[in-house]
Design a protein around this ligand. Structure first.
Ligand code: ADP
Length: 230
């Protein structure tokens, strides 16, 4: 069996985590787990989880660690993650990262890639971001092109937390709660940062290269990086 790729994608809101996570997961035929998607689905279906999370999400805040850790634990204990997974949107705090290490005990190393993008670029990007109301595919608004989803033809809508004041709040929350994750992981041999301030295709290429470089440092089968395992 191949060494499972247990990938965590870090980066600020609007960095393109979701886009890179979907592509990577499809290419490697492993599940993409997005806690933002899990929460939005719960909001749409009216599930209790959604009712608990909606106000926090709409305000650009973070849903409580305890709840998020329970969601991640349940999802990561399902059978389909045995050959690996891509985590998008979790962990978002050091408390969540510590819990993830505990969940992963004995299951091989995490591969962690941070997509770094400066704040001004993020505000401009998020103002232009639209999502398909039907399939959820994210795209950048181009006023010269008809506003329909390129995948399914659905109508494109502004996500309720992508308005400018909420975007600024999400960036503030990111800087305070989530940027410390880069310090938490950066000393590990299984961490790389990539420049996210380029086209999605260029970010994708840098992203794949980063994962390959990390995997090359891990002996096949063990899931444990050479430096750490030596
Ligand atoms: P983006 O991709 O724009 O960063 P997400 O879709 O990942 O946003 O998440 C949307 C919202 O869901 C967050 O702003 C937050 O309120 C909530 N959320 C998602 N994941 C987590 C998490 N791990 N911890 C706390 N809140 C979360």
């Amino acid at each position: 069996m191949h060494t499972p790729i247990n990938l965590v994608v870090l980066g600020p809101p609007g960095a393109g985590k979701g886009t890179q996570a979907v592509e990577f997961a499809q290419r490697h035929v492993i599940p993409k787990i997005s806690t933002g998607d899990i929460l939005r689905e719960a909001v749409q279906s009216g599930a209790e989880l959604g009712q608990r999370a909606k106000a926090t999400m709409d305000a650009g805040g973070l849903v409580e660690d305890e709840l998020m850790i329970a969601i991640a634990r349940e999802r990561l204990n399902r059978d389909d993650v045995k050959s690996g997974f891509v985590l998008d949107g979790f962990p978002r705090t050091v408390t969540q990262a510590t819990a993830l290490d505990e969940i992963m005990t004995g299951r091989g190393s995490l591969v962690v890639v941070d997509i770094a993008v400066p704040d001004d670029a993020l505000v401009a990007r998020l103002a232009r971001r639209r999502v398909c109301g039907q399939c959820g595919h994210a795209t950048s608004l181009d006023p010269t092109v008809e506003a329909r989803c390129e995948r399914c033809g659905g109508e494109l809508v502004l996500r309720s937390d992508d308005t400018e004041s909420i975007v600024r709040e999400r960036l503030r929350v990111y800087a305070e709660a989530s940027r410390p994750l880069v310090d938490y992981y950066s000393s590990r041999p299984t961490f790389r940062a990539v420049d996210g301030d380029q086209s999605p295709a260029a970010v994708g290429a840098a992203f794949s290269e980063a994962v390959d470089a990390i995997l090359a440092g891990m002996p096949a089968g063990s899931g444990i990086p050479e430096e750490a395992g030596a």
